[in-house]
Design a protein around this ligand. Sequence first.
Ligand code: GDP
Length: 200
Amino acid sequence: MKTNPFRSAQFVLSAAEVRQLPADSGAEIAFAGRSNAGKSSALNAICDQSGLARTSKTPGRTQLLNVFVLDEGRRLIDLPGYGYAKVPEAVRERWRAAIDAYLRQRDSLRAVVLIMDSRHPLKEFDLQMLAYCRDIGLGCHVLLTKADKLSRGEAAGTLALVRKEIAALGSNASVQLFSVPAKTGLDEARATLIGLLSQP
Ligand code: GDP
């Protein structure tokens, strides 16, 4: 790729609620995934900035929507990761409500990038997110991360299986393999995101 617009990504703010986000104009893409799926690593790799999404792991920011601006009209939103057993149910319920409100209300939201560990795809959270996007007509692009941990054959098999299961859910989410160390799917992910961000 000649120029990578994600390289200019800059952290701007953390929001606990939708009303604290920047003006709802232009286009943005939200990153979602279970804790440890590889969301921060994927964001960093796509933006070619090793420390970018560290922000989202800073204590006090893990439960917030973290906003990264690419340019005047385009943003990436890092949603809180799910799956920490230690988080009390009441807190989890609050995140769920904030994320739910965000996904439903945000006009500039073009799609969700759903991060799954390719060794453990389609967990409960993933199925919920896929169903949610399907029901509200929101685009979804799945990154099957850590593909370097699978053999070529296993990775191809996982990709085919996940595509099949997503189609069976009635979802039209797109799916690709991704690996940070092997750089698998990096250009494909960037091109897909640019396409989604340029949707009217
Ligand atoms: P997050 O909680 O979803 O933000 O996950 P992280 O990005 O922090 O990644 C969780 C762990 O998986 C870390 O130890 C990463 O180094 C590792 N990881 C993330 N992506 C990859 C990948 O593509 N390949 C491999 N082998 N490890 C990865």
